[in-house]
Design a protein around this ligand. Structure first.
Ligand SMILES: [Zn+2]
Length: 100
């Protein structure tokens, strides 16, 4: 296990797993993935069949599923949170440990 990496900007708990953390701004403020999803769910007005999802590349989005049991969805709104250019040192040390 890596040492405690950073503190979540939302719940103030330590982030122990960098792979589930989101860096929210250039200054390196990080938050748990789950906390970010919850925060966005609170801030955005979700309509029926809409859900906050991670789109990749630092972007979250509000996606709307075509029907309750459908896997097809459309992206209603994109929310960029993580700077794509931001590459924190602690994340690098994790990815360096990956065998490719
Ligand atoms: Zn948190």
């Amino acid at each position: 296990m890596p040492p405690d990496l950073a503190q979540c900007a939302i719940c103030r708990q330590n982030i122990r797993d960098a792979l589930t953390a989101i860096v929210m701004s250039e200054d390196g403020a990080a938050a748990h993935f789950d906390c970010v999803v919850k925060k966005l769910s609170d801030e955005e007005e979700l309509r029926s069949r809409e859900k906050i999802c991670y789109l990749g590349g630092g972007e979250f989005g509000i996606v709307r599923f075509n029907s309750a049991d459908s896997k097809k969805f459309t992206i209603r709104k994109r929310i960029r949170l993580e700077s794509a250019e931001y590459d924190p040192e602690w994340r690098k040390s994790i990815s360096n440990g990956l065998s490719t």
